[in-house]
Design a protein around this ligand. Structure first.
Ligand code: RAM
Length: 553
């Protein structure tokens, strides 16, 4: 008996060694656990509310240097006549649905005279903003797939007919062009509609009557943004990338907590991300639902998103009291902490260069000039604190005994090596760069107390060459840092100026990228492919509703 047990032991050791040697790695969570998580994710797919929407106007776009991206729309009226008039004579016309919509587009054609002796070829171009139905897409200079742009060519073989485009679309405007038709008959477009979908179904409470008109508008546009992104997952953008990203989820879940309260959707997303983790247990930054749930395998490991997962889980637990889910997913949160020390120096400072050299993606923001070291240091401390809090709530502190020590060494490391006393600012990287990202994350990580944080933020505002946020994702964290430092007035002004700036430029939903001084800014070298209804931009909803004393007075 003894003999066979020791044989078995040797067999086990040898097979582990062999599998390591041959490069077979083990699945960190195991297939059964993953299956269970996927099943839970599936059981929590929300049913989508469907609403039929119709165009409300006909418009044309005109160039105007004062308009957002130099294009604005102008009503040309006559929608009723449009449906009765030859489409051939109206090619290029734009239908305006009056609001941002996500859903499936249906249209009908009818003959006006003659016999349909040939197919009809139509092109529909869908735009979230006027520029998308104005700027030619080709030759396409963008860095992402050309196919994200929403232009669809349809060949209609017989008339009358009603056709629904297969692709789900996200837009307010649709341009209709006739690319081919027969001279022997004529036809009109008699109907156009969209079956709009969302999983944001609950009633929203009104803001207090003392709220300014601008704040009410910002809140509404934020709600539109969030509800459009709420489909069967929290999508980052219903036009693009139509998938679940951890960073976007974090901010959507916050806004959702103070508005639609669809916690089931958050739960589904948390399970989905967990089930689709890398084999070594660390998380992929983004996952897709179709054709079957899968992660973007092969994409670089996005460290800041992976560790923010833990904070989402903690917040979810706080909002729902659902300890079953939190306990279920605790191993995932715990595992994310194992990378804290991977590139941590003896001095308690994160070695960002080394991480990047080893192909980690440090995101933080889209601004290319940003040195990400100090921001990451802050995010690491922030997420360790969130994890510790989660552990406490689940009675699992003993499983993360290392965290208090790391928090302490990274906080003092930051103050010692990343804080410039003369400037009164945190610096980042070998060029000692000063940025909004570094200050915001250090403050959110509570490395400095509010009084010092206030000074830092004042110094930052006075510092001419500080690297500014490249988009709404980082602006969110900056606003939170202002609030945490008791700079409430500044926080309100920022929401009013930045998000309010989009509103004033006609936003129906908030944009993925927005630089007031460069409206054609795009991380993808072609601004029409930007997403103009983007998850991470919806957070004024969270701020306005969480802090009524700041925003609703
Ligand atoms: C883009 C998307 C997404 C974001 C990532 C990092 O592809 O805008 O929302 O999370 O970048």
């Amino acid at each position: 008996m003894k003999h066979s047990f020791s044989n078995f032991k040797w067999f086990l050791i040898l097979s582990i060694l062999l599998s390591n040697f041959l490069g077979f790695s083990q699945d960190y969570y195991g297939p059964d656990e993953r299956r269970k998580w996927l099943d839970i994710a599936e059981n929590n797919i929300p049913s989508l509310k469907e609403t039929i929407k119709h165009p409300i106007d006909l418009v044309k776009t005109i160039k105007d240097t004062n308009a957002f991206q130099v294009y604005k729309t102008e009503s040309i009226g006559g929608l009723d006549d449009f449906y009765k008039t030859s489409l051939k004579t109206q090619s290029g016309i734009i239908l305006d649905f009056g609001e941002h919509i996500t859903g499936q587009f249906t249209f009908s054609l009818n003959t006006l005279f003659g016999v349909t002796d040939a197919p009809v070829r139509l092109k529909f171009t869908f735009g979230e903003v006027p520029s998308e139905v104005s700027v030619p897409f080709d030759p396409y200079p963008g860095g992402l797939s050309r196919a994200w742009l929403q232009d669809e060519i349809v060949t209609v073989m017989s008339i009358p007919s009603t056709i629904t485009l297969e692709r789900r679309l996200s837009f307010r405007y649709v341009k209709v062009e006739v690319l081919g038709s027969s001279p022997y008959f004529d036809f009109s477009l008699t109907k156009a509609s969209v079956k709009a979908t969302t999983s944001a179904t609950s009633e929203i409470t009104d803001l207090s009557a003392t709220s300014s008109e601008l704040i009410k508008k910002i809140d509404q546009v934020g709600l539109n943004t969030l509800s459009e992104c709420m489909q069967t997952v929290f999508e980052d953008g219903p036009k693009r990338d139509r998938r679940l990203w951890i960073g976007d989820l974090y901010l959507q879940a916050l806004a959702n907590m103070y508005s639609y309260e669809n916690h089931m959707l958050t739960k589904r997303c948390l399970y989905l991300i967990a089930a689709l983790a890398q084999e070594d247990g660390f998380l992929y930054s983004n996952v897709f639902e179709y054709p079957s749930p899968h992660a973007q395998e092969g994409s670089p490991f996005l460290f800041d998103y992976a560790i923010l997962y833990n904070v989402i889980l903690r917040d979810y637990l706080d909002a729902t009291g659902d300890t079953e889910t939190a306990n279920d997913l605790w191993p995932v949160a715990k595992r994310q902490m194992d990378h804290i020390t991977t590139y941590l120096g003896e001095d308690g400072v994160f070695n960002a260069d080394k991480a990047v050299k080893n192909k980690w993606w440090l995101f933080v923001d889209w601004n290319d000039q940003l040195d990400r070291q100090t921001a990451l240091q802050g995010i690491m401390i922030y997420s360790m604190k969130g994890t510790l809090d989660l552990a406490e709530k689940l009675n699992k502190k003993s499983e993360v005994k290392q965290l208090p020590k790391w928090i302490e060494s990274m906080s003092s490391g930051a103050l010692k090596h990343l804080y410039d006393k003369d400037l009164g600012l945190f610096i980042s990287g070998k060029d000692r760069q000063v940025s909004y990202a570094s200050q915001s994350w250090m403050i959110l990580a509570d490395v400095v107390k509010p009084k010092k944080a206030r000074n830092i933020l004042h110094n930052l505002q006075d510092y001419k060459n500080a690297i500014k946020p490249g988009g709404p994702y980082l602006y969110h964290y900056y606003v939170q840092a202002l609030i945490d430092s008791d700079l409430k007035e500044d926080a309100r002004e920022l929401i009013e100026n930045y998000w309010g700036g989009m509103v004033k430029k006609g936003a129906d939903t908030f944009w993925e990228v927005y630089d007031p001084n460069n409206e054609e800014l795009s991380p993808y070298q072609f601004y029409p492919v930007n997403s103009y209804c983007h998850a991470w931009s919806c957070t004024p909803v969270y701020f306005i509703r969480k802090y009524p004393e700041i925003f609703q007075n």
